[in-house]
Write a new protein. Structure first.
Lengths: 114, 113
């Protein structure tokens, strides 16, 4: 299994500002995933972050809005830029186990944009 | 495009009841299926992982079954407890281990003492 931590756990931000969310994993992993969960909805994949290359974004998500860094095999950041109230969501970092591809999730960052 | 549906969307049961949560998926070419639990405002906890070649997995009071050909999975919870109250999410991974998970919208379970 993998233990994942995220910072901050929650934040309240003003419209137009940016927030960077940090994700730390207790083991080295090739791919890290960022998900968004809007209120009352299920999880939507934002992007996949590989170490040493640019992140791959899903349809509807762009790098200018959600820049991602992946400086090493245990750490990643997701920035939510120029925020609007529609960005209010839980943002979750996730990794996949190597043997059976079981997915593990961090505790999430609960973002409220006012 | 893979779609995952969970029924019911919400369920309320008295403590001690056995219950079944349902998950269906449109494309049977899956690599594995995973059940998660999510407490309000929190992250996801993995409950059970079923590989495409398996029929079921058990952990304590939880049993998950998989019928890949019909595109269905069930999560059986025995002797439910108030601490089981949470949202239960089903997710499938298509084809290979390198494809992303596709999630259902979840079943919100309330177990009443």
């Amino acid at each position: 299994s993998a233990v994942i931590s995220q910072k901050p756990s929650r934040d309240i931000c003003q419209r137009g500002t940016s927030l960077t969310i940090q994700c730390q994993v207790d083991s080295q992993v090739t791919m890290m995933f960022w998900y968004r969960q809007q209120p009352g909805q299920s999880l939507t994949l934002i992007a996949t972050a590989n170490q040493g290359s640019e992140a791959t974004y899903e349809s509807g998500f762009v790098i200018d809005k959600f820049p991602i860094s992946r400086p090493n095999l245990t750490f990643s950041t997701l920035t939510v830029s120029n925020m609007s109230p529609e960005d209010s969501s839980i943002y979750l970092c996730s990794v996949k186990g190597q043997t059976h591809y079981e997915q593990y999730f961090g505790p999430g960052t609960r973002l409220t944009v006012t | 495009k893979q779609e995952v549906t969970q029924i019911p969307a919400a369920l309320s049961v008295p403590e001690g009841e056995n219950l079944v949560l349902n998950c269906s998926f449109t494309d049977s070419a899956i690599y594995n299926l995973q059940w998660f639990r999510q407490d309000p405002g929190k992250g996801l906890t993995s409950l059970l992982l079923i590989q495409s070649s398996q029929r079921e997995q058990t952990s304590g009071r939880l049993n998950a079954s998989l019928d890949k050909s019909s595109g269905r999975s069930t999560l059986y919870i025995a002797a439910s407890q108030p601490g089981d109250s949470a949202t239960y999410l089903c997710a499938v991974r298509k084809n290979s281990g390198n494809t992303p998970l596709v999630f259902g919208k979840g079943t919100r379970l309330s177990v009443i003492a």
